[in-house]
Design a protein around this ligand. Structure first.
Ligand code: UD2
Ligand code: MN
Length: 286
């Protein structure tokens, strides 16, 4: 491993105790988006973050190793806001985690789901992560007790977003932020790779979860309250007109479309101070 404090527990003659299930002193957070923060300021406010956006609790042994995967293109100010709130949030939750920002390099139609699969593949080579949290760049939780963790079923964590009046707009929505253990993600064969443009890729993942006999868990809706930075639909992410027919065939495609068929070309992997940036060519849907 490339991380310096890897030897923390072997250097000494004792083993760190496991971190508690519920970290201490967590509660509601006052999230008013600050747009005038700078990367330098975020770095100085988070002195314990290591290169690549890695951190782990210093006084206990975390029970999960968490990779946060963020699909990205042309959302610099949202990313800054996400980093500003989420590094303190994750550290207070005593998480052992790394942040991966997966950027689609080409200007062709955006493919959020395929970027998630790439993030999973790259992060898995980095460290033995056993929990993957796939998050939009624009969603910020409003309560520290909303634990960014995996559990015995895949979890939908954006079930109480301000944009939807803190309600589920429909019962099988699975967008925004979802958490899968490694086993769960392998079992569903990851996301589909064939959703180009906006919409449906999250609903298709829900169908995969059901198809393999798992179900979706959701946190308590009061604790799960979160805010989405308001924005317009991005250029290059026009609505996907084929999504309904693709979702209907999710069961048939499950085992041939996903992690098992993933093809991509890495353009670069850069360790920024606050995140690992993966720039990737995922093709153009043809
Ligand atoms: C909803 C879902 C989202 C996704 C999307 C349909 C919730 C809360 N959110 O969000 O998870 O299913 O519908 O695809 O249910 N992005 C870029 N650059 C782009 C386009 C997208 O970085 O040009 C990334 C970014 O991380 C963004 C995410 O993709 O947050 C989803 O795109 P969106 O925010 O435009 O979608 P939205 O808000 O309609
Ligand atoms: Mn959004």
């Amino acid at each position: 491993s490339k991380y310096e404090n890897e030897k923390v527990s072997t250097d000494q003659n004792y083993k760190l105790a496991e971190c508690p299930e519920m970290p201490p002193d967590l509660g509601p957070l006052d999230i008013r988006f600050v747009y005038n923060t700078s990367i330098l300021k975020i770095i100085s406010q988070n002195p314990n973050i290591q290169h690549g956006g890695r951190s782990r609790p210093q006084h206990c042994m975390a029970q999960q190793k968490i990779a946060i995967i963020i699909p990205f293109r042309n959302r610099k100010s949202h990313l800054r806001t996400w980093l500003y709130y989420m590094h303190p949030f994750l550290q207070r939750q005593q998480a052992d985690y790394g942040v991966y920002v997966v950027e689609q390099i080409e200007d062709t139609l955006f493919n959020r789901a395929k970027l998630m699969n790439v993030g999973y593949a790259i992060a898995s080579k980095d460290y033995d992560y056993n929990c993957f949290i796939f998050s939009d760049v624009d969603i910020i939780p409003m309560d520290g007790r909303n634990l960014y963790r995996c559990s015995k079923n895949p979890r939908h964590m954006a079930n109480s977003v301000d944009k939807f009046n803190f309600k589920l707009p429909y019962s099988d929505i699975f967008g925004g932020v979802v958490a899968f253990t490694k086993e769960q993600f392998i079992k569903v064969n990851g996301f589909s790779n064939v959703f180009w443009g906006w919409g449906g890729e999250d609903d298709e993942l829900f169908q995969r979860v059901v198809a393999v006999g798992l179900k979706v868990d959701r946190p308590d809706q009061t604790i799960a309250r979160s805010r989405m930075i308001s924005h317009q639909r991005d250029p290059g992410n026009e609505r996907n007109g084929k999504s309904f027919s693709l979702i209907n065939k999710a069961y048939e495609r499950l085992h041939k479309d996903g992690l098992s068929s993933l093809k991509y070309t890495v353009i670069g992997i850069t360790n920024h101070k606050l995140y690992t940036k993966v720039t990737v060519d995922i093709g153009n849907g043809e």
